[in-house]
Write a protein that binds this ligand. Structure first.
Ligand code: COD
Length: 306
């Protein structure tokens, strides 16, 4: 079990520096995060974006960009396509979203003929280190799949399980989140999907995890809530992974924890041909650095069960 980001960083093997291609890199927090990753010996970078802006930002942060490759491109779609192209061609091994829209960046990754899609569903995984939880908490999907159907939820769940397995978890505990713990198919269809996925895991159709649901978020994270409700669950109070029913839930979960929860956060996209770093534009420098670390740690030992 990984308790914090420090332990997660230790999971990055000695695989040598990776080159990271950043689409629309002209952002102070991104440059500071890249600087930290460069100094830690983790990454080199190719910065695709507005060169004048990059130089201005670097100057204001007393940063030296000499050790980076810079490709001048002001236009967002062209910058994303260029970052995807150099990654697809092997010039970079990791790709990162900079100061561009998430949907635009993901469209570039998903492009059928020129993108970085593999043969499985792509999904976003968020990782949290909260002072109020006893270990790292993983959550999906806050940023990519908008309203996943049952099959997509199964793929999102398996992606998250494969990722935490890559970090050394043997059998992670997965909570299928809804608003209540009772199955109520008509009024709250997400409870039925949660129950189905939980049964599928029990029968081995979803591998390498203990899955339970539906669980409300307090049941997933608090032993006290389960004691009070008299709920017996193999996952509740000790979840490693929360799978939320839709992007709205995930996005609110993510942003509330970062803004009000005093929580460290990282974000990655799973299932592509290369590690994809995807943090929110408003995330801190540290969140962006931790997202790079998380993408490298997961990809260094990723084994697909999908
Ligand atoms: N995994 C694999 N393939 C996918 C996925 C996925 N998750 N999503 C779509 N595809 C495939 C489609 O089947 C199609 O073949 C191709 O990709 C392109 O499909 P489009 O152009 O129809 O893509 P859309 O319209 O489904 O858009 C995909 C996005 C990921 C861009 C879209 O779902 C989206 O905007 N997601 C939310 C992004 C966002 O705004 N996040 C904000 C929170 S920070």
């Amino acid at each position: 079990m990984v308790k914090n980001f420090k332990q997660l960083s230790a999971k990055i093997g000695k695989y040598g520096k990776k080159r990271i291609a950043v689409a629309m890199a002209q952002d102070g927090d991104i440059l500071l995060a890249l600087d930290a990753a460069y100094s830690a010996g983790l990454t080199d970078a190719t910065l695709i974006g507005d060169q004048d802006e990059l130089e201005k930002i670097a100057h204001s942060h007393h940063m030296n960009l000499n050790h980076y490759e810079i490709i001048h491109q002001r236009e967002e779609t062209a910058a994303i396509q260029e970052a995807v192209r150099i990654t697809r061609e092997g010039h970079a091994q990791v790709i990162m979203k900079g100061l561009c829209s998430t949907a635009g960046f993901l469209h570039g990754i998903l492009d059928k003929s020129n993108g970085l899609r593999g043969n499985r569903l792509l999904s976003h995984l968020a990782i949290f280190e909260s002072p109020n939880y006893h270990k790292l908490l993983f959550m999906s999907d806050a940023a990519m799949n908008i309203a996943p159907d049952l099959n997509e939820k199964i793929a999102i769940t398996q992606n998250a399980i494969d990722a935490v397995q890559a970090l050394g978890y043997r059998k992670p505990k997965v909570a299928m989140i809804s608003a209540v713990e009772k199955v109520n198919p008509e009024a709250m269809p997400s409870t039925a999907d949660a129950a189905l996925i939980s049964k599928m895991a029990e029968r081995g159709q979803i591998k390498n995890a203990i899955v339970d649901g539906p669980l409300a978020i307090d049941n997933a994270l608090s032993v006290r809530a389960n004691t009070i409700k008299g709920l017996v669950t193999p996952v509740g109070g000790d979840a490693d992974i929360c799978i939320v029913p839709n992007i709205e839930t995930g996005n609110v979960f993510y942003k509330l924890l970062t803004i009000l929860g005093n929580t460290l956060v990282a974000g990655v996209i799973l299932g592509a041909r290369v590690p994809v770093v995807l943090s929110s534009r408003a995330d801190s420098e540290n969140a962006k650095y931790l997202s790079i670390v998380a993408a490298l740690a997961i990809s260094s030992r990723w084994r697909s069960h999908g």
